[in-house]
Design a binder for this molecule. Structure first.
Ligand code: AMP
Length: 209
């Protein structure tokens, strides 16, 4: 099963992706995670991507598309994958479709997690991640991860100004993909402003499990 997860930054795509991975054992392809790893490794590509990420802008396709193609060519994607954070523009969706078509594949489902933008600003500015285990939590947890004791940190692009810019980039460039996948009959819209497990029950039902 080849799945695209859509939704604004902070809508809960990463959390639902983790549930899908657990239930279906599919590899998770998050372009944000791939780009952040490139930044941490201080690769040339990462350094170039960082200034766009810090401003909340989209990283150019000349960087992102190659990374996704490379990842999709790895053997673990043979039984399916979850794309999280890609595609983010109609041009990326079209490249993805033609890349998959060239190897006889298609996207089977697009799950859009919908949350009100003001709820997202509150969620993202309070979001913290664990440096050690990668768990995502909130500022209310304090300075250390309750699961592993690692240090909690705030992502560089989770400050309010950058969050607002990311949301406007989403509205302009990414939200039109909802119509794109609707027209293909692949779209499942899910209300993401509910408890994680309630959202997950709907995602699971949408995926037919
Ligand atoms: P995310 O973790 O998905 O919120 O992504 C963090 C940042 O990485 C975004 O704000 C963009 O700067 C960049 N990014 C992630 N995915 C893409 C993509 N498909 N196209 C362009 N930029 C991306």
């Amino acid at each position: 099963m080849n799945i695209v997860l859509l939704g604004a930054p902070g809508a809960g795509k990463g959390t639902q992706a983790a549930k899908i991975i657990e239930a279906y054992g599919l590899p998770h392809i998050s372009t944000g995670d791939i780009l952040r790893a490139a930044v941490t490794n201080r690769s040339l590509l990462g350094l170039e991507a960082k200034r766009f990420m810090d401003a909340g802008e989209l990283v150019p396709d000349s960087i992102v598309v190659g990374l996704v193609k490379e990842r999709l060519s790895q053997p673990d994607t043979g039984k399916g994958f979850i794309l999280d954070g890609f595609p983010r523009t109609k041009a990326q969706a079209e490249v993805l479709d033609s890349e998959l078509a060239s190897v006889g594949k298609t996207i089977d489902s697009a799950v859009a997690v919908i949350v009100d933008p003001e709820v997202i600003v509150g969620r993202l500015t309070a979001r913290r991640s664990c440096r050690q285990c990668g768990r995502i939590t909130s500022v209310s947890e304090g300075l250390s991860c309750t699961a592993c004791g690692g240090a909690l940190y705030q992502r560089d692009d989770d400050n309010e100004a950058t969050v607002r810019n990311r949301l406007s980039v989403y509205e302009k460039s990414t939200a039109p993909l909802i119509d794109y996948y609707q027209a293909k009959g692949l779209l499942h819209e899910i209300d993401g402003d509910r408890p994680v497990d309630t959202v997950w029950a709907d995602v699971r039902a949408a995926l037919g499990a």
